[in-house]
Design a protein around this ligand. Structure first.
Ligand SMILES: [Zn+2]
Length: 604
């Protein structure tokens, strides 16, 4: 076991094999500069297509190709600058390189905005002919997607006005982040180590997970006590954001804000409403999970601050990087030798930046572009959670790797709706593997509890948010002003229904809506719940050993954006237009809770 010290090492002190190798992306800065410079000529090349689209299908094909060449180079240049900057955020050469690309990016975005409007200006008959033209057959999907947008695209001057207004329309979100992150000052609260600490959004989660009830209670009370002092301001900014969503939906001829948001990935409203209905139907198993929690914590009633602390002792294993790689590698074996060969490359050929060091970006992500390795940034600390993070990010990286390999650049990029399914599938495979590997009761309990918490947070909680979001948009669409009272009472009602009678209705939770940044990205969070449900089905299929189901999963990973995401998932055996996958996830939750109950109380 290695002794942990507090001082972070410098990047130069990290062993080379634990850093990512960016050389295959750019050998040196001068080759990056060369590509950066070439953006201007690629832009000029694409701009030369302007005004030519009506002449021939061939011209449109050329424009698509030149646009892709420009984007592809921009992504490559951007990827390097961004990865390099995350290695050491304090390095000014790195950050100025990133600033240059970001500025270039918006310049290019502004200049190239003519393509869609010019296509929309083509007469119907011409567009129909183009759609049938063999020379455009590769771009047929893109053209059809553009046509799907046409009824929601305004005239050029109107679009220009909207474009100019977009900065002003984003003010509510900016005001929210300023209020929440810069202006809000929280009091000091007990830190659980005998001292006091200034409460922050960052340390709140840790404090509210404390085994000491007084600690979590004071963090909770201080959080919502502080937020509620600004309740009217929080309500005004959220109302402003919702108004922006409803305004844009209306002006672009959508029937609702929900429709406007789901339009992009061509998701029918039923996927959203089915999710809410199915989760609602299964709330009794969430309630029984809370009953169990109440029993284990030996409390008469749970308060809202009692739902986060772990109910099983922490799994205090320190897992070496080598063991983590071995667990992950072995857990992914059911995906077949081809998948595992690439995983071996990821683990052995420096695709991953493993260790924390001074100035390095915190957290974890999978990042890269069409012309790079799908890199992973981590801050590996040896916890079981870190092992799950590793396989999660590898899930994203493999999705990128396989889509990039199979698809042309034009159709390689998958959407968020599909992304979490691939990463969560890996997590569920790791869960199954560890459950088989470890017979130790403590570890098994930890794993059961971990899974139950994952489903509670990713499926139940996000669906609760999705339901609240839908409700407040509908209220706004009917002209109901979203005052603090209106928002709080709507939130409190939904929150009480989701949490059930094991929990004491605590008035302070009325303000929770004010803390959630996701309410500013319209109808985003439901994808966590659908993604998790899809992953559950995928992992069952993979572990079932049916070769055809495994092949279907591989096709999903290779599909990129070659089809609508719901169709891609359906081809792979997950039909999210029906309640089945979410229903199955709910049954899995009920099973996990009953395992936990049996092991913790001895009763089934
Ligand atoms: Zn992810």
């Amino acid at each position: 076991m290695t002794k942990k010290t507090n001082a972070l090492p410098e990047r130069s002190q990290i062993p080379k094999e634990k850093t990512w190798n960016l050389d295959p992306l750019y050998r040196n800065i001068s080759s990056w500069e060369k590509d950066f410079k070439s953006l201007d000529s690629l832009l000029a090349d694409f701009m030369s297509c302007r005004g030519t689209l009506k002449k021939s299908a061939e011209n449109l094909k050329t424009a698509f190709g030149k646009n892709d060449a420009l984007d592809r180079c921009l992504e490559k240049v951007h990827t390097y600058a961004h990865l390099k900057s995350d290695e050491d955020t304090a390095n000014s050469a790195n950050s100025s390189r990133l600033d240059r690309v970001t500025a270039k990016h918006s310049e290019i975005e502004g200049e190239t905005a003519w393509l869609e409007p010019e296509i929309f200006e083509l007469p119907d008959s011409k567009l129909k002919a183009y759609l049938k033209s063999p020379c455009l057959s590769f771009y047929k999907r893109s053209l059809e997607e553009l046509l799907r947008d046409r009824p929601h695209t305004l005239s050029e001057p109107e679009e220009k006005i909207l474009g100019l207004a977009s900065d002003a329309l984003s003010t509510p979100y900016k005001a929210f982040t300023m209020l929440s992150n810069a202006d809000l000052k929280f009091p000091e609260v007990p830190d659980g180590k005998g001292g006091e600490v200034e409460l922050s959004h960052g340390n709140y989660t840790k404090l509210v997970e404390s085994q000491n009830r007084e600690i979590r209670k004071s963090a909770f009370t201080a959080m919502y006590g502080t937020i509620s002092k600004y309740r009217n301001t929080f309500a005004a900014v959220l109302d402003g954001a919702i108004k922006t969503h409803t305004f844009e939906a209306k002006i672009r001829n959508y029937t609702s804000s929900l429709r406007a948001s789901l339009h992009e990935d061509n998701i029918p409203d039923e996927v959203y409403t089915n999710l809410i209905r199915t989760v609602r139907r299964n709330l009794p198993s969430l309630h029984s999970y809370f009953e169990l929690r109440k029993k284990v914590l030996k409390l008469k009633k749970l308060d809202m601050y009692d739902i986060y602390c772990p109910i099983v002792p922490d799994c205090e294993m320190e897992i070496s990087w080598e063991d983590a790689c071995r667990y992950v590698r072995e857990s992914l074996e059911p995906l077949g030798p081809e998948y595992c060969r690439v995983i071996d490359r990821a683990l052995n050929e420096r695709w991953i930046d493993v260790l924390e060091c001074r100035g390095k970006k915190c957290g974890a992500y999978s990042g890269g572009c069409y012309d790079s390795i799908p890199y992973i940034l981590m801050n590996y600390n040896g916890t079981m959670n870190d092992v799950f993070t590793l396989t999660h990010e590898l899930g994203h990286s493999m999705h990128s790797y396989l889509s990039n390999k199979k698809q042309d650049y034009h159709y390689a990029r998958y959407c968020i709706f599909a992304a979490e399914a691939a990463s969560t599938t890996n997590e569920l495979l790791l869960h199954a593997y560890l459950m088989k590997k470890f017979t130790d009761k403590k570890i098994r309990l930890y794993l059961h509890n971990r899974l139950a918490e994952e489903i509670r947070c990713t499926v139940f909680r996000q669906t609760m948010f999705a339901e609240f979001e839908k409700l407040i948009h509908e209220k706004r669409e009917k002209g109901v002003p979203l005052s603090a009272d209106e928002l709080s009472s709507a939130y409190f009602k939904i929150n009480s229904e989701y949490h059930g009678s094991a929990i004491e209705p605590d008035d302070k939770i009325r303000m929770e809506w004010a803390r959630i940044p996701h309410f500013y990205y319209d109808f985003y969070v439901y994808q966590y719940a659908t993604g998790f449900s899809a992953a559950m089905k995928f992992s069952e299929n993979i572990l079932g050993g049916d070769k055809s189901k495994l092949d279907a999963y591989m096709k999903f990973l290779q599909a990129g954006d070659s089809k609508d995401v719901l169709d891609i998932l359906k081809d792979a055996g997950v039909d999210l237009s029906k309640p089945g996958p979410v229903e199955a996830c709910m049954s899995h939750f009920a099973e996990t809770v009953s395992h936990l109950k049996k092991e913790l109380t001895g009763k089934a």
